[in-house]
Design a protein. Structure first.
Length: 75
């Protein structure tokens, strides 16, 4: 079910592999389904630029490969 997949993504943590920020389409890697997968990433509303290496939390998922993220741990 798509709803189950969406719930499975929201709240997961990942790491920025291509800078995410306003006006930019970045990339993050997220551990899921027994491995790690890359997703196109946009900043959650109100989120500033997230440089490569920043730990992030997925706050929204748009299938099949797009996520909105914010910094995890107050980075």
């Amino acid at each position: 079910m798509a709803g189950d997949e969406e719930r499975g993504m929201v709240g997961r943590e990942g790491r920025v592999t291509g800078t995410v920020g306003p006006g930019l389409v970045g990339e993050v890697i997220v551990r899921i389904r027994g491995g790690a997968e890359h997703f196109l990433a946009y900043p959650a509303p109100g989120t500033r630029r997230l440089p490569v290496g920043t730990m992030v939390t997925v706050v929204e998922y748009q299938p099949p490969r797009t996520v909105y993220v914010m910094a995890a741990y107050g980075n």
